[in-house]
Design a protein around this ligand. Structure first.
Ligand SMILES: *Cc1c(COP(=O)(O)O)cnc(C)c1O
Length: 357
């Protein structure tokens, strides 16, 4: 039996996509070879990259003057690529709303004057600082945010309007809600949360911003070079790109991001409603900023938390242990988590509460 996998990443993928990949595994697109075996210059593979890009453009409404790139190294490599491509004046603002946002800022500091202009660390990242009250500096190259904070379970309700281009790490929420790409200079996302197996990272970048990477920027991290080579400058993560394309096809069939968002709001609503109405479970995030992708919660004690994780796992509800920085539990309910999975989790939570309250 397949488990309901609540892992924060790599995370669950749609069953029908896994089944399709399984069918394709020995003979991809009539090539007589697996997609993991063919050259990335093979026509059949090129078609997959092109389709993946076209679908991503269509589903996110990405304008033509933005590059769409499939690169490697995870979102963490983009923490360096962002300053290396954009920091011409050597100055950038960062909003620190969690662990990954902080890492991005720390990486930025290697390359120039990267300042943390707002942080929610004072309340263990349980809210998002009001963008309207942030004192952004003058003459910065960009403002960096993390739009959904995977570990702490927060997300921006509204995005800041900034004079400098806005750069967003959307690793844990890409394609989960509608956004206006035009409000961003650069969006990047490791695919292993909401889109594909680990290995591929999506970069969406306004082309006028990426023409002049810093001299020290490694060739592989130059978005301009990746763009000019249609993400095939070197061997790309072929299998992950192929899987991303299958996931994007499915998302289109489901009705696109708008429909997906409705389902996500419904799933998250079920879980938060249950938690809020229970005297046993608590979610500490300010309601307005609650993520619809990552839902951290605790029972009244660390001992019960450990027991919960263990028993849930024995019941086919796996990877619910919270991040080591937060403790407790975290249910990651990305696009691929079916409504039934959330319902099964809530049924288990009810039972556990009854037995342990
Ligand atoms: C998972 C995650 C990362 C790190 O991604 P890697 O691909 O492991 O480098 C960065 N930012 C956010 C928001 C994440 O959720």
């Amino acid at each position: 039996m397949r488990a309901y996998n609540f892992s924060a990443g790599p995370s669950t993928l749609p069953l029908e996509v896994l089944e399709e990949a399984q069918r394709d595994l020995l003979d991809f697109a009539g090539t007589g070879m697996s997609v993991t075996e063919i050259s990335h210059r093979n026509k059949a593979f090129e078609a997959i990259v092109n389709e993946g890009e076209a679908l991503l453009r269509e589903l996110m409404g990405i304008p033509e003057d933005y590059a769409v790139l499939f690169v490697q190294g995870g979102a963490s490599t983009q923490f360096a690529a962002v300053p290396l491509n954009l920091m011409h004046r050597g100055k950038a603002d960062y909003i620190v709303t969690g662990n990954f946002a902080k890492k991005a800022w720390q990486e930025g500091k290697i390359y120039g004057d990267a300042a943390c202009v707002a942080s929610s660390e004072d309340k263990t990242y349980t809210y998002i600082p009001d963008p309207a009250s942030v004192a952004f500096r003058e003459d910065t190259d960009y403002v960096h945010i993390c739009s959904n904070n995977t570990i702490f379970g927060t997300r921006y309700a509204e995005f800041p309007r900034t004079k400098a281009p806005l750069v967003a790490d959307m690793s844990s929420e890409i394609l989960s809600r509608e956004i206006d790409v035009r409000n961003f200079g650069v969006i990047y996302a490791g695919a292993q949360k909401n889109l594909a197996p680990a290995g591929v990272t999506i970069v969406i970048a306004r082309r006028d911003l990426i023409q002049d990477p810093l001299p020290a920027c490694p060739t592989m991290l130059k978005w301009k070079v990746q763009d000019e080579n249609k993400s095939l400058y070197n061997t790309p993560p072929c299998f992950s790109i192929y899987m991303a394309t299958l996931v994007l096809r499915r998302l289109k069939k489901l009705g696109g991001v708008k429909e997906m968002n409705k389902i996500n709001e419904y799933k998250a609503g079920l879980l938060y409603d249950f938690i809020d109405n229970s005297p046993f479970y608590t979610n500490r995030v300010e309601k307005k900023f609650r993520s619809i992708m990552n839902v951290p919660f605790v029972t009244p004690s660390a001992e019960l938390d450990a027991k919960f994780v263990k028993e849930a796992s024995a019941n086919g509800l796996v990877s619910l242990k919270g991040h080591r920085l937060v403790g407790g539990m975290r249910a990651s309910i990305y696009n691929a988590m079916p409504v039934e999975g959330v319902q099964a989790l809530i049924a288990f939570m009810k039972q556990f509460e009854k037995e342990n309250a």
